[in-house]
Design a protein around this ligand. Structure first.
Ligand code: FAD
Length: 387
């Protein structure tokens, strides 16, 4: 990796890299083996390392650093595994940033320090059985009732569903159709009326449990309102940071696969010489490296940009996410290929990288829909998908 970190970033990353090298592989193996997310003890270790509040405001006990610093830390964790990195993902780029930005000061004061301390994980719940790419078709309803808000509906594919402590739930807060009626609220997992479906069995992401969330007359205080109906574009603006995190999780998988493949092709011999001496292997390895670095640069450009409410700007985020999501499928696929039978065997870990890789180009908006939005921004038109 060609390092363009500043001296401050090097100082920030040095203990993180040591932790990810020396301690995190044990957690990654445990999550893959059991399918369980990192325990509270592990989250406490993350908190002690100071990584759960890198870009959180200092008023809540965070380091107050920038989004680029946060994704640099996240990349180190994601290089080891998706499941081991997931609590860091949620704490740095997840919906806790929506709470910090749009929640009341009382709510932020209650939630953000708990996340930084490793005592709480907040997950995002947007998708529904009938609303995926067409997110504005969501039907979960929230009605204001005096000092309370009452929710009814079913959410799907929520990463952390059933294991997170609280959820930022996108819901209909008015009768206005489409995006205009959508806002968001915070729902804590132990609120009466909240229940979870069976844990989903996914291709990868073992150790990132997900499940349907059923909301049946769930009554929450009005203080938990984050964004009123009509604020959908602000929600999606904030979600741009999570998309940078999604791209960074892809990047981490690329970096991990590259490092593993690099070592393997120098060690493994065929025809009496190391694999790296064959030109076809050299070309494949170089392509993996170029894609990894290009993804990193696009992500850092995106996290350095300023869009709505100070969150990263749309176009650089779309480009970074869609490039990194495609790169990670190619790079981890090349990793499996370069390791031959050992790449395909569970024991060596490369096949896990490939399985984990695939999900990122579906989560947070599919690769194709990002491309449609890039074209729309290029020509200055919105392509109405309903016509
Ligand atoms: C691993 C993983 C983690 C996830 N985590 C979360 C989470 O934490 N919270 C949450 O709310 N959701 C989560 N999701 C859900 C995710 O956001 C949706 O899966 C995604 O938005 C796609 O929706 P869908 O699955 O309903 O697919 P669909 O919308 O049915 O799309 C299926 C395919 O059709 C394509 N397609 C659809 N419409 C168009 C169009 N107009 N033009 C071109 N192509 C189109 C899509 O690109 C896609 O390839 C997660 C999903 C995965 C796989």
């Amino acid at each position: 990796m060609i390092d363009i970190s500043t001296p401050d970033q090097i100082a920030l990353l040095e203990p993180v890299e040591r932790f990810c090298r020396d301690e995190l592989p044990a957690l990654a193996a445990e999550c893959e083996e059991t399918g369980a997310p990192p325990s509270r003890e592990w989250k406490k270790k993350f908190a002690d390392l100071g990584v759960l509040g890198v870009n959180a405001s200092e008023q809540f006990g965070g380091l107050g650093l920038k989004a680029t610093d946060a994704v640099m830390v996240l990349e180190r964790f994601a290089t080891v595994s998706t499941a081991a990195a997931f609590p860091v993902f949620e704490a740095l780029v997840g919906p806790v940033r929506i709470i910090e930005k749009f929640g009341t000061s009382e709510l932020s004061q209650r939630i953000v320090p708990a996340v930084i301390a490793g005592d709480m994980v907040v997950a995002i719940s947007m998708s529904e059985p009938g609303a995926g790419t067409a997110l504005t078709d969501l039907t979960t309803r929230a009605r204001i009732d005096g000092d309370d808000i009452v929710l009814n509906g079913t959410k799907r594919w929520c990463s952390g569903g059933g294991s997170a402590d609280a959820y930022v739930v996108f819901c209909r807060l008015s009768d206005e159709p489409g995006a205009r009626g959508i806002g968001a609220v915070l729902v804590e997992a132990d609120t009466p009326g909240v229940s979870f479906g069976e844990p989903e069995k996914l291709m990868g992401w073992r150790g990132v449990p997900s499940a349907d969330i059923h909301l049946d007359e769930v009554r929450i205080p009005r203080e938990n309102l984050l964004i009123e109906a009509g604020g959908f574009s602000r929600l999606m603006g904030a979600f741009n940071l999570e998309r940078c995190g999604n791209a960074t999780m892809s990047l981490g998988l690329c970096a991990g696969a590259l490092k593993q493949a690099e070592a393997y092709v120098q060690e493994r011999k065929q025809f009496g010489k190391p694999l790296i001496d064959f030109q076809a292997v050299q070309l494949r390895l170089a392509e993996m490296a170029v894609k990894t670095d290009a993804a990193r640069l696009l992500i850092h450009r995106a996290t350095s940009s300023f869009g709505l409410d100070g969150f990263p700007e749309n176009m650089p985020v779309l480009m970074a996410k869609c490039f990194a999501n495609e790169a990670v499928r190619a790079v981890t696929g090349d990793g499996v290929q370069l390791m031959g039978g050992y790449g395909y065997a569970k024991e060596y870990g490369m096949e896990q990288r490939l399985r984990d890789a695939w999900g990122w180009g579906i989560a947070g908006g599919s690769i194709d829909i990002q491309k449609i939005n890039i074209s729309a921004a290029l020509v200055g038109r919105r392509f109405d998908q309903r016509q």
